[in-house]
Design a protein around this ligand. Structure first.
Ligand SMILES: [Fe+2]
Length: 306
């Protein structure tokens, strides 16, 4: 067998090295990133709330963020609705969503599941996530993406139980396997931000109700240790959470946990435990998070008896 001339071998190995380098995206050092995180919109059409959402969209756009994240509960009461009765709320939510620049990236909330137990006696939906996927153009309700040197992970922690609590916070085995596979592709020094509707960690129940009071199973993710342990060896910068409608911030094990209040405040009745209708404005750095909770100034018009 004839051997290749040395110059040809050198050329081929050089080409192979260039092709390998071109197939890998270059690793970007993370830059400061301006983020708006809003959650718990509970969109509906009563009590002038579409006007509130126009105000909220204007206030969000005024921040000129690089990235907008949504923590779920985009509409209200999808759980007991049908796709037909939920449609006007989705249309109102889309008007808000479409007014925001850049386009928000959304996690799913429990209220975004449609048709689990329709109040009008209609048969339950075969797939209660079908509606949110359709209205938000999603192929899956948990996913990840990279932006400016940061890795973002959106979790879907709603596990339908059909018991008295209706659902619990839980990341099931399929999603855990996906999460571990996703993290295996993330370099150890890449700052990671998780968005989850139900909190992984919260101090709210203890702070509000008593030193030994834990969140009920439908208020936080029950297997939070399993989820957080999956990030061992990684740089989990921040966890952005919704569901509780309060603003809280604390650090745990080098991670900043932020619960992002609610665009609807106390379900369109004003402030909830001192948190007004608003959203979080963040600046991410590779080693820290600056955050500010801002009100957009809505005065509730929900009648007291509703
Ligand atoms: Fe909510």
């Amino acid at each position: 067998m004839k051997s290749r001339p040395a110059a040809v071998t050198l050329l081929l190995s050089g080409l192979a090295a260039i092709l390998a380098a071109c197939s890998r995206p270059p690793a970007l050092p993370p830059q400061p990133l301006r983020v708006v995180f809003f959650s718990d919109i509970h969109t509906r059409t009563e009590w002038d709330t579409p006007e509130a959402l126009r105000m909220a969209a204007d206030a969000i756009n005024a921040r000129q963020a690089d990235l907008i994240l949504c923590g779920g509960d985009m509409i209200t009461d999808g759980y007991i609705a049908t796709p037909e009765s939920a449609a006007p709320r989705w249309q109102a939510y889309r008007a808000f969503h479409d007014a925001i620049r850049p386009e928000p990236v959304s996690a799913i909330g429990n209220h975004d599941l449609v048709g689990v137990e329709p109040a009008n006696g209609s048969p339950p939906a075969d797939d209660p996530r079908a509606d949110v996927r359709k209205w938000m153009n999603l192929s899956r309700t948990y996913r990840s993406f990279d932006r400016s040197g940061y890795h973002f992970i959106l979790l879907d922690g709603i596990d339908i139980t059909r018991d008295d609590l209706k659902y619990r916070g839980f990341i099931g085995p399929d999603q855990m396997a996906w999460l571990r596979a996703d993290l295996a592709q993330v370099p150890a020094d890449t700052p990671i931000v998780v968005v989850t509707h139900l909190p992984l960690l919260t101090r709210f129940y203890r702070n509000a109700n008593g030193q030994v009071i834990a969140p009920p199973p439908n208020r936080a993710i029950l297997n939070h240790r399993e989820v957080l342990d999956a990030f061992a060896g990684h740089r989990l910068l921040a966890v952005l959470q919704g569901h509780l409608h309060v603003h809280e911030r604390f650090e745990h094990n080098g991670t900043t946990f932020l619960t992002g209040g609610a665009v609807c405040g106390m379900w369109w009745r004003g402030s909830w435990h001192g948190t007004p209708e608003g959203f979080l404005v963040l600046t991410l750095y590779p080693d820290r998070v600056e955050s500010e909770y801002v009100s957009y100034g809505w005065q509730s018009r929900r009648p007291a008896n509703r």
